[in-house]
Each structure stands twice: as structure tokens, then as C-alpha cells.
Design a protein around this ligand. Sequence first.
Ligand code: FUB
Length: 331
Amino acid sequence: MNRSRTITAAILLILISSGAIAQVHDTVRKISSATGVIIDTVPPPPALPGLFADPNIAVFGKRFYIYPTTDGTEGWLSTNFTCWSSSNLVDWKNEGVILDLPRDLVWAKQRAWAPTIAFKNNKYYYYYSANVNIGVAVADKPTGPFTDPISKPLIAKGTKRGQMIDPMAFVDDDGAAYLYWGQGQCNVVKLNNDMVSCDTSKILSFKPPGYNEGPFVIKRKGIYYLMWSEYDTRDPRYSIAYATATSPMGPFKKAENAVVLKGRGAVKGAGHHSVVQVPGKDEWYIAYHRFKIPGGDGYNRETCISAMHFDKDGNILPVNVLLKIHPVKLK
Ligand code: FUB
């Protein structure tokens, strides 16, 4: 060992034996001074500052966007939606309020939850839950301003069993768009070309084992992955699982090792996610919320991003919620 290596090793030893923090790869670990054993792993900081949940991540042009629920009230009583943008997935800019229910809707004033975005017809369509109905809004830019083109819910409360919340719009390679949503069961319907109407008599409902809410669909190598959240968002066990199909309407078969993201160490209540692919690459990131660290719970959640990988057979590998991500360059 040369002199500088010896000094580095000595410094590391001092840090470890003093119970300090050691950086191993991208995970920060606290080590017990008494036993030398890892006692805690310090989670990476959240992606967004403050209390934001149900993040819907997307990429348009040269920027990533996150559309979250504004959190921090018991019973999730938020009244508006914000948008965040980033050129690298790490540094996020608040683009401000893009939809304010009391100001912009005539049919709902609160419980602004779990939005999603889709691009079609050269427009941005924004779907969201408002007072447990699903609404739609439209804009020419991903940052809005969004307006309600139908002045009523797109999917009204009571349309199907469970809560009419947590929409996700998926636009397939052939341009056909599908809306997924639901708490208690998963519902899917093909959207009409205008993206602001659908035939509710054609809604398909099903419940993969463990499904609770927050459906999200991605397509990779011809396979449709339906992912969702299990347990209640106030439960520390809240987690994300998936099933696959060869058609966007299913049938979806739950994967063998279906749970791909859950809390670990100080990370609790990790779920309600969305996934983004870096354009032109087989590189994927998952945005989700966890109980705020420290002191959070199911009403005080924060938005995080982790890398998501597939194995050679197309299975989603378990996500390490303790690893921080590095800046991503968009071409
Ligand atoms: O944020 C309000 C609700 O909590 C969402 O609609 C659910 O998915 C859960 O995350």
C-alpha cells in the first residue's frame, strides 16, 4: 500500500470507528461505533422540496416534468395543482400553479389529487381527481395554463365500484389512448380521439391480487406493464407491484416477484408512482412518494426518484430506494 492509500484507509477507519457516516457507492450508511455494524442507511434527499405526493413524471422535448398532488393536509384537502420541470431529473424548477380548482372548475373545489399528463393532437391533456371524480384539462404547453374543456367530470363519482381517482393516460405507439384509474379496483377505457370523452359503457374493470390504487402503464419491447400501489397510502407498507399483458386492455398477469418498490430503513410508505423512459435509451426512472423524512405520514409525503431496471427476461428488478440518482442528460 502506498502512503496516500494508507492515509485514506486510516481516515476511513477513524470515520467508521467513530460511528460516523461512510459513503459506499451511492448509499450513505451510518455505522455503529460499538460493533462496526451498519445500523442505518440514510435515504437520499427527495427530488422536490416540500410536501408533494403521487408524482406523475413525463418527458417532453428537452425537459422532464413532474405533476404531483400538493400534500400536507389531513384528509388530502388540497385545492390546486403545481408543475415542476427539470433538464436533468435532479434540479427541479417550480413552474407554479397550473390548475386551481376553485378558480378553474365549476364542478369541484377541493381534493385535488393524483394527476397525469398525455400529449396528443399537438396538445397536452391533464387528467386529475377532484372530489373523487376524474376531470380533464387541456393546454398548448406542458406548463399550462390548463382549462377545463367539458365543464363536468370525465368520469363521475359512482361510475364504477371504488373511488374514481388516480387517472393515468397511456398513448400507445399507434396513437390510441387509454385511461386507467381507480381505488379498490382498476378500470380502463379507450379515450376517444378528442381525448376529452369516452364510452363509459366500454369500461373494463378488474382487480389484480393486492391492487389498491395508483395504476400506471408503460410499454417496453411490446409488453404492457401495469403497475399499481398496494396497501393504503397511510400504511408504512404501501408499495408498488406489477403485472404484464400483450394488450393495453389486458388481461394482466401479476408477475412472480411482483413487488418492485417498497420502504426500507427510514423510507416508509413508498408508493403511488409513475415511470419515465429517457428518450432513445433503455433507461428508466420511477418517481414515487414516501412519508416525509423525518416526521412524515400518509398526509405529509415527499416526492422521490430512483432508477428502475429490467432483467434480460423483461422482469422489473427491485428498486433500491436508498440509492441517489445522478443527473441525466437529454439529447
Ligand atoms: O394523494 C391523495 C391520495 O392518496 C391518492 O389519490 C392516492 O393514490 C393516495 O396516494
